[in-house]
Design a protein around this ligand. Structure first.
Ligand SMILES: NC(=O)c1ccc[n+]([C@@H]2O[C@H](COP(=O)([O-])OP(=O)(O)OC[C@H]3O[C@@H](n4cnc5c(N)ncnc54)[C@H](OP(=O)(O)O)[C@@H]3O)[C@@H](O)[C@H]2O)c1
Length: 249
């Protein structure tokens, strides 16, 4: 049986733009949202204002999740404001830079991609277990990517970093059961600032052409999948693919 999402305390990493911002707005009414950002302060302030306008409570948090010290400070800030965390949404992430194997090895780039997309998920989930276990039906939702299915040529490090989070999701779901549910959403091509940074229009068109539903997705469609995972108490260790059929199991 599902239930309404209300009265919950929710931390969304990367909530300043794109998917994270849409999820914050979707979950705003009646909930306390920790709106995390790194560089997009103005956008994060707008999201926080929208959360409040919708009847929620918003706390802004700044951290570079690719840095352990910033993750520790973020956890300390959350812990200073609440004893309970109902939902952790590990959404912050990025491709950092496109590069092929033939361009030559780049240890620093692979390290940075894994710190932002993978290490942060390990760190924040682990550090927040005490607050999560204090909640009634706590859950963690990790945002991975359709890239884990394709391997994402020119962004293999990103795809591999997200694949690690996919595996993390199942391991954490087993370790933290029965108290904390851990799930993932794997978006396909969703129109957000992510693609302004990393994907030229002709590449978007090629993605659409190879997608059975012949379209890109919206951040709200990812928020919809997240809402389902928060509400359904009989789902853990699952990954929901929201990709227009680009890859099917
Ligand atoms: N859009 C897609 O097609 C797509 C597909 C598959 C998966 N995803 C995943 O979905 C998630 C959200 O992406 P999006 O599409 O919404 O892109 P976006 O609009 O670029 O948002 C990325 C968010 O992550 C934050 N972030 C990036 N690097 C960070 C760092 N080092 N420390 C802290 N925060 C950081 C950004 O914060 P600031 O801007 O404040 O720095 C921003 O809030 C990401 O994990 C992405 O990999 C996206």
């Amino acid at each position: 049986m599902s239930e309404t999402i209300s009265g919950k305390t929710i931390l969304i990493t990367g909530a300043s733009t794109g998917i994270g911002a849409a999820v914050a707005r979707d979950l705003a009414a009646g909930n306390t949202i920790f709106v995390h950002y790194n560089s997009s302060r103005d956008a994060a302030e707008t999201v926080a204002a929208d959360v409040k306008a919708a009847g929620g409570t918003a706390h802004l948090l700044k951290a570079d999740v690719g840095r352990e010290s910033d993750c520790a400070a973020l956890v300390a800030e959350v812990t200073s404001r609440t004893d309970v965390l109902d939902v952790l949404i590990n959404n912050a992430g990025g491709l950092v830079q496109r590069r092929t194997l033939a361009d030559g090895p780049n240890w620093k780039l692979v390290d940075e991609v894994f710190r932002i997309n993978t290490y942060s998920v390990f760190y924040l989930t682990s550090a927040l277990v005490p607050l999560l276990t204090a909640a009634d039906d706590p859950s963690v939702i990790n945002i991975t990517s359709v890239a884990i299915r394709s391997g994402a040529p020119t962004a293999i490090a990103y795809a591999a970093a997200k694949a690690a989070v996919d595996t993390f999701t199942r391991g954490a779901a087993r370790e933290l059961a029965p108290k904390v549910r851990v799930n993932a959403v794997a978006p396909g091509v969703i129109i957000t600032p992510f693609h302004d940074k990393y994907t030229p229009p002709e590449r978007i068109k090629a993605f659409v052409d190879s997608t059975p539903l012949q379209t890109t997705g919206t951040p709200q469609q990812i928020a919809h999948a997240i809402r389902f995972l928060i509400e359904n108490r009989f789902v853990t260790g699952e990954s929901i693919e929201v990709n227009g059929g680009m890859f099917m199991r």
